[in-house]
Ligand binder design. Structure first.
Ligand code: LIP
Length: 267
């Protein structure tokens, strides 16, 4: 890579912190006002999701003029050449709606679809997760490293469910089978933070289908820069078209085998 991506991390952190402050300030009104739905009645979007994304877009237009933004709520398209910013204004919106304190603002910079810088900021705890390609990943400035797990049967795995019931049914079947082959499974509800949890060794692995680019763009870089083996959507046909999987290297192959044997590819 011909340039140092670390200054992009500073931009992502600055803007994500501003959006996180807005998200927290706006919560009471956002969850009591009209809450809209998207793909299903359970797939919600609040006024705060929209306001957070607009703030991020406005700030990036000033700090990084001319660089396109892809956001969960307003969409967008990637640059033909150069950087594209990928934004999840509130990752874990259902958690946000309930006040379940596991949600975040996620901002990544991508070059030709590859994440080179990322920040994930938690409005409730104030935790700031960052990474730059080739320069490691950090939590509040402290270097991250994945867990030392070596046995899948003693591993804690994060997992997620889609919004559509029929797909959720298939995911539950895989989940049930996998649950007999690992220490335990956690379903926390925010992909960006689940990937950060792998980076911190809070989880030994994580697997989910049907994520948007905004859900994994920063978190996957934070996990891989902490040493995780990461499979992005479409990179491993054995997982099916839209799977995201991350794990500490010593269990990555065993997790892959177990997921496939548990029907993960047919979800
Ligand atoms: C959420 C993801 C989560 C997934 C949810 C939802 P959102 O993103 O972070 O992992 O299980 O279904 O997609 O919609 O809160 O940005």
């Amino acid at each position: 890579m011909s340039f140092d991506p670390r200054p992009l991390v500073d931009v992502a952190v600055t803007v994500a912190k501003e959006a996180a402050a807005l998200v927290q300030r706006a919560r009471h009104d956002a969850v009591t006002a009209q809450v809209d739905t998207k793909s299903t009645e359970t797939d919600v979007v609040t006024l705060a999701d929209r306001a957070s994304e607009q703030l991020v877009r406005d700030r990036l237009a000033v700090l990084r003029p001319g660089e396109p933004v892809i956001g969960e709520e307003e969409g967008g398209s990637a640059a033909v050449e150069g950087l594209t910013w990928v934004v999840d204004p509130i990752d874990g919106t259902v958690n946000y709606l309930y006040g379940y304190p596991w949600y975040a603002v996620s901002i990544a910079a991508q070059l030709d679809g590859v994440s080179v810088a990322g920040a994930v900021v938690e409005p409730v705890s104030g935790r700031v997760w960052t990474a730059a390609l080739g320069h490691g990943s950090f939590l509040d400035g402290n270097r991250l490293s994945v867990s030392k797990a070596t046995r899948l049967d003693l591993s804690l795995i994060g997992y997620g469910f889609a919004y559509r019931p029929e797909r959720r049914q298939r995911q539950a079947t895989t989940w049930a089978a996998l649950s007999t082959r690992v220490r335990d499974i956690r379903r926390a509800g925010a992909a960006s933070l689940d990937l950060c949890a792998v980076a911190a060794g809070w989880l030994d692995g994580y697997a989910e289908h049907a994520l948007g680019r905004w859900d994994w763009a920063a978190g996957a870089l934070i996990a891989s820069e902490a040493g995780a083996t990461v499979h992005l959507p479409g990179t491993d046909p054995a997982f099916g078209a839209d799977a995201t999987v991350a794990a500490t290297p010593a269990i990555a192959t065993a997790l892959r085998t177990a997921l496939i044997e548990c029907g993960f590819a047919n979800v």
